[in-house]
Design a binder for this molecule. Structure first.
Ligand code: ADP
Ligand code: MG
Length: 461
């Protein structure tokens, strides 16, 4: 296998296991620039990518390389030309590093990237305050969002909305944008997912357009960034976000953020950023209570042009409790039936229609589900949890894995040790105990475990 074939094979594997955005961000424009005596040198377009691959993907890359070339012992990353011509290996980034060789990659990145004009507000008009149903689980967040929409940049800045999946965070923050868009024409509003913010930043660095990126964000009047837990561990992005944030804040521009957990529980987020977040207004959205679930179901049915019978609404509200998106999914299924059968289904028929949604026999949680969920939650690679890494950031997640294997799978201590890189059963006992004890008074940990369990069961459902 030539170096190029080897790298293509490895990339193919990586592509399957990371998100599209991550793949494009971190692996485009990489290549093997040299390989001798078991050492592989991977050339990357910039220092940012180098740092990221070294810290986050190294083990993964090494393993993938070894699977296809057994002689590989080590990998190093250098900043260099994409197509390795005869240049000095450690040459600094040159102006024309994206020459002809990388044209294809540039084009495909461009296809993936949509242009982000300042006036491209990126709002979904469906998400308004009037289509948002209020109950005790979200009234604070609603009131704060409404206040911000009424006088952006003055009251609550930043406004951070947090809560579990499918509970209306995106809806609410988009409603802020939509209302300001309607009531204050000319206001520059931008909604962006944190993941996308990162991709834009990385691309602008690669393409030497960082100034343009800064300008673009600093001209905005209302900046809405969704799912900021995604910034966890991404130092460069956090730094840029912090500067943008300060700039907007100092000029009384409004910032609205969402996260799936409170700032305290976002691991690896810079202290100064965390205290900035905590300096604003933080409001959570929780799971809706029964009455609210009924109200949501009825309203969503009405929006789709039919009335939901009481018994049907009660049935669904009893079966689906934690996620508004799922309630909506149930209504959509019934709406499809109504359209087709031209009649409103009885309870019996509803049970049939929704059986795949509600009675789905869930498969058992597997060891790998726990590893994957915990790894993703703390942004740590599974290999690092299993291996002997003593990095401080890994110790707690590893103990949480032990704890969950014990609690959710009822595994024995020696069995857990065996799964986790052949650790001794006493180490496992210690880890499980540590988490049990901390859970008694550590609210952050309680919250983290709640979220991890939620994701764990969502991932297999
Ligand atoms: P999150 O961002 O918290 O994961 P979303 O905002 O995407 O959740 O909400 C999921 C779906 O549920 C969306 O279609 C949204 O319109 C709907 N939804 C959530 N909360 C409410 C609410 N209080 N009233 C009406 N619809 C809601
Ligand atoms: Mg969302």
């Amino acid at each position: 296998m030539t170096d190029q074939e080897l790298w293509q094979t490895v990339l193919g594997e990586i592509e399957l296991s990371v998100s599209r955005a991550n793949f494009i961000t971190w692996f485009k424009n990489t290549s093997i620039s040299a390989r001798e005596n078991g050492g592989v040198i991977v050339s990357v377009p910039n220092g940012f990518t180098k740092e990221w691959l070294e810290n986050k993907y190294h083990k993964f890359i090494l393993k993938a390389l070894r699977t296809h070339a057994v002689d590989v012992k080590d990998v190093r990353y250098i900043i260099g030309a994409y197509t390795p011509p005869k240049r000095e290996r450690f040459e600094p980034i040159s102006e024309n590093r994206f020459d002809i060789g990388s044209l294809d990659e540039q084009i495909s990145v461009a296809e993936f990237e949509q242009p982000s004009l300042i006036n491209e507000v990126n709002l979904n008009t469906r998400y308004t305050f009037s289509s948002f149903i209020i109950g005790s689980s979200n009234e604070l967040a609603y009131a704060a969002a409404k206040a911000v929409a009424g006088s952006p940049g003055t009251l609550y800045n930043p406004l951070l909305i947090y809560g579990g999946v499918g509970l209306g965070k995106t809806h609410l923050m988009q409603a802020v944008g939509n209302e300001i868009y309607q009531t204050r024409p000319g206001t520059k509003i931008k909604y962006v997912a944190a993941e996308r913010f990162t991709t834009e930043l990385v691309n602008s660095i690669q393409e030497k357009r960082i100034e343009e990126f800064k300008q673009r964000y600093r001209q905005i009047d209302v900046l809405i960034i969704d799912d900021i837990q995604f910034l966890s561990g991404k130092e460069k992005t956090q730094e840029e976000f912090f500067h943008t944030f300060n700039h907007l804040f100092a000029t009384n521009k409004q910032i609205v953020l969402s996260s799936d957990r409170p700032p305290k529980a976002i691991a690896a987020i810079e202290e100064r950023l965390r205290s900035r977040l905590e300096g604003g207004m933080i409001a959570d959205v929780g799971a809706p209570e029964f009455e609210m679930r009924i109200a949501i179901l009825k309203k969503k049915a009405q929006e789709r042009g039919f009335d939901l019978p009481e018994d049907v609404a009660m049935y669904i509200a009893t079966k689906i409790q934690k996620n508004i998106r799922e309630l909506e999914g149930a209504v959509n299924k019934i709406a499809a039936y109504v359209l087709h059968a031209k009649t409103i289904p009885s309870l019996k028929i509803t049970e049939k229609i929704l059986s795949s949604l509600i009675n789905q026999p869930k498969r058992m949680v597997l060891v790998k589900d726990i590893l994957k969920t915990v790894g993703e939650f703390y942004d740590i690679h599974i290999d690092e949890i299993i291996n002997q890494s003593r990095r401080k950031e890994v110790v707690k997640p590893r103990q949480i894995v032990m704890y969950l294997l014990r609690e959710e799978l009822r595994s024995s201590y020696p069995a857990i040790g065996a799964k986790l890189g052949n650790r001794d059963h006493t180490t496992v006992m210690y880890g499980c105990d540590k988490i049990s004890k901390s859970l008694e008074d550590d609210l952050t940990l309680q919250e983290e475990l709640r979220l991890i369990r939620e994701r764990l069961y969502a991932s297999i459902g």
